[in-house]
Design a protein around this ligand. Sequence first.
Ligand code: IMP
Ligand code: MG
Length: 182
Amino acid sequence: MQADLERILIPRAAIARRVHELAGEIARTYEGGEGDGLTLVTILSGSLIFLADLIRELPLRMKIGLITVSSYRGATTESKGSIILHELKVDVAGRHVLLIDDILDTGGTLRMVRERLAGSGALSIRTCVLLRKPSKAPPDLVADFVGFDIEDVFVVGYGLDYNDLYRNFPDIGVLRKELYTS
Ligand code: IMP
Ligand code: MG
């Protein structure tokens, strides 16, 4: 697996440190009155490892909701729009929602899920992404919590995939260019 990477961008220890810090930022935001009725709506599949690590650092009473979205990449790294594969099954009416995604790239995925939630009666909607590519993320789509800003390279590992591969790699690495078509 490692042979398919050009280089490691964020080693596992740095990810763990930052997830711990992020959890502190999130806990401070919600520990007041908003702590009651928090639902973490997580966009799968890319966020599965991030979610698992983050929630175990968050000493808040929360529900977890899952929604599976495909950004249609398949055997390419280019986004062709986002489609929902599995709908959110939890009711977020009257709840504070923290939307979790692995990476904010063109912003299409977060925008789509946010818009769906907007009509759901949620009391507030904030967003948390592990990674953001600032050169591509649209300026109007602001994430409230960001793990790392990264350059515009295609990364895999720690849940992120290429064609559903590499999710189990513990570090975040840059995929070798000859392995994909963009
Ligand atoms: P967006 O809709 O373009 O913002 O893309 C968001 C989704 O595309 C993320 O949830 C990821 O699943 C996927 N994605 C975007 N960039 C990368 C990357 O560099 N590596 C792996 N997946 C990515
Ligand atoms: Mg994703």
